[in-house]
Each structure stands twice: as C-alpha cells, then as structure tokens.
Design a protein around this ligand. Structure first.
Ligand SMILES: Nc1nc2c(ncn2[C@@H]2O[C@H](COP(=O)(O)OP(=O)(O)O)[C@@H](O)[C@H]2O)c(=O)[nH]1
Ligand SMILES: [Mg+2]
Length: 321
C-alpha cells in the first residue's frame, strides 16, 4: 500500500479509505505485515487522527440506525471540521442483502461528504454479532477520523463485547420493549455509560418505560445506577437529539487521543479463544499472557502468526520428547 493511498485516505477520499478498509477486514494472517506497515505509516504521518470510538448498542428495532444518522447529521452541523465514520454491523447480510439495504436507507448520510464515511459489516453469528473485523477496522478508522460510531446488532454478548471496543457505550432502548428485565438478567445493564430511551414520541409508554428503567438500573448498579444518564429522545421527531449529540461530542472530546493498546490486548486474547478455544487460552497463559505475547511478537499485527508458531512448536516439542 503506497504512501499516496495513505495520503488520500487521510484527505478523506472514499476510494482510498475503502481500499485500506478491505486490507483490515482481510482475515488472512499473511496480510498482517501489510497492516502493520499501514499502521506505522499512519502513526508517523503529521495528519494522523485519533478518533474517539462511540458504541451504539441495543436490541434490533430500538432505532439505533435512525438515531445514529440523525446524530451524524447534527454533528456535521455543530462541528463541521470533525471527520466522522460509522461502522454498522449488519445482522443478516448473508441472506439476500435485504437487511443491509434496510439499514442503508435508514442510515441517511450525506453522500459526497468527504468528512463522513459509512461502512457496513456482516455480523458473525457464531461470535454473537460483533464482526471479528470490527476491531481491526476500528484500528484503522481511529487513525483517519475524529469520531467513529459503531452500531452493533445488539443480541446479548454484543453489548458486552462493545465495551472492549468503544471508549463510551450508549445503550439504545425503546419503550415497552420489555428490555429492562431481559437486560437486567443478562448483565447488560452493567455495560453502558449512558442510556438512550428512544421513541419518546410515544409519550405514555415512554414515561412508564423510563420508570422501569430507573428501577432496573438501581437494582443492577446499586452504587452508580443513579449517576447513569438516561436521555429521552425521539429520532423520528428529532426531540432532544441535538442535546444528545452535544453530550456525545463533549464526551468524545475527552476520549480522543486515547490509546487502543489495552483493547488490542483484549482482542488478541479473544482471537486466541475463537481460534484455539480453551486449549489456546491455557497456552496463552503459559506463555505469560496476551500482553507479554504481543510484546514478544512485536505488536498486535505480528501476534497471531507468532502465537500460531509458538503453539505448534510447543506441540512438536512435547511429541518429540
Ligand atoms: N415512533 C418512533 N419510531 C422510530 C423512532 N426511531 C426509529 N423508529 C422506527 O423504528 C424502526 C427500527 O429502526 P432502526 O433504526 O432500523 O432500528 P435498529 O434496528 O435499532 O437500527 C424503524 O421502523 C424506524 O422508523 C422514533 O424515535 N420513534
Ligand atoms: Mg440498525
């Protein structure tokens, strides 16, 4: 990947960004060294950015896509100099692409705007929704943009995974979805930094839901439940969406420049677990843990191939003796 592509991507050129994104979505381990060169070139570039990563999660139908596109629209108006990317994990693009189109149409982003980039990724149901490429793509977009929104599919494990991806997590709920109790049981209430109660155009249901939510929060989080903001908005009428956007941007300002290192350690361990299961996790531990292996390998990009070799060598050694 030449310097010109990297320059172009930093200028916001869609074709260059798309090309880099496909490199980061490529699961083949042998492309890791190319990824590493891109990361190094970006980190040495005077124009490199360091985006805040904003997680938008919640059950399908809560209005995440509609809301995210409204938030992006407000962001463009409130802070036009900010460069914004959206990564939407698509629940079922392996089917006919119908859901993908649905998401696209709800995600009404200004076309031809160099400061906005949209990417949808197919979810991997085996992993519970967050695409395995999501973290990789975020490593790239983090360096090209100022704010990266990640919309998850929202089916359980997802909400918990997004905690290890985003600087801040917003849980989107809808009135009378019955989610309060479900989320309470699944431990999801413990995840978000802030909650967004969408569809508050349905006033009566919204009020009942707001109270249920408050109660669920204080049960789930006896120590900090009261301090978790609950934003009552309507993506449809626009009610309070500008206020919410201001809040998100204010928090994002604090999160920009934060390093992805700790998250790389987590996602490397996740990769080991996905590829090798418990055997892999035990081996990882015997090698000194994810961070030590990453350090020994050189970096995140080198760590997977390095681990692979190390495990195979350990097996070979024990069969030889
Ligand atoms: N009444 C109402 N409907 C909404 C609102 N926001 C989204 N919707 C609708 O809820 C449905 C699901 O929205 P979508 O954004 O695709 O939800 P997602 O699955 O969470 O991304 C769509 O039919 C939207 O038009 C809202 O604020 N009020
Ligand atoms: Mg959606």
């Amino acid at each position: 990947m030449s310097v010109e592509w990297i320059d172009a991507a930093l200028r916001g050129e869609k074709r260059a960004i798309a090309r880099l994104v496909s490199l980061f979505e490529d699961r083949r381990v042998d492309r890791a060294s190319e990824r590493r060169r891109v990361i190094e070139a970006l980190d040495a570039h005077p124009e490199v950015r360091a985006a805040a990563i904003v997680g938008i999660t919640g059950t399908p139908g809560a209005g995440k896509s509609t809301l995210t596109s409204e938030i992006v629209r407000h962001t463009r108006r409130l802070e036009p100099e900010l460069r914004v990317a959206v990564v939407a994990i698509d629940p079922s693009s392996h089917v006919s692409g119908g859901a993908l189109l649905g998401d696209r149409t709800r995600m009404r982003l200004p076309p031809g705007d160099v400061n906005v980039y949209f990417r949808s990724q197919a979810s991997d149901t085996a992993l519970g929704g967050l695409s395995p490429h999501t973290f990789q793509v975020c490593r790239l977009l983090h360096r090209l943009f100022d704010v990266v929104f990640v919309e998850t599919v929202g089916i359980g494990q997802n909400e918990i995974d997004v905690r290890h991806l985003a600087d801040r997590v917003y849980l989107v709920m809808q009135p009378l979805g019955g989610d309060e109790v479900q989320f309470l049981k699944a431990g999801i209430m413990e995840v978000p930094d802030e909650i967004v109660l969408n569809k508050c155009d349905e006033a009566e249901a919204a009020l009942r839901s707001y109270r249920a939510l408050k109660a669920a929060l204080s049960l789930a989080r006896p120590f900090d439940g009261d301090s978790i903001p609950i934003h009552r908005v309507s993506a449809r009428t626009g009610m309070n969406v500008e206020l919410l956007t201001e809040r998100i941007l204010e928090r994002a300002r604090l999160d920009r420049q934060s390093s992805l290192h700790a998250r790389e350690v987590h996602h490397f361990a996740r990769w080991v677990e996905d590829e090798w299961g418990r055997v892999g996790l035990r081996a990882l531990e015997s090698f000194g843990g994810a961070e030590a292996v990453m350090r020994e390998a050189g970096d995140f990009d080198a760590a997977q191939a390095f681990f692979d070799r190390k495990v195979r060598a350990a097996i070979a050694a024990s069969t030889a003796s």
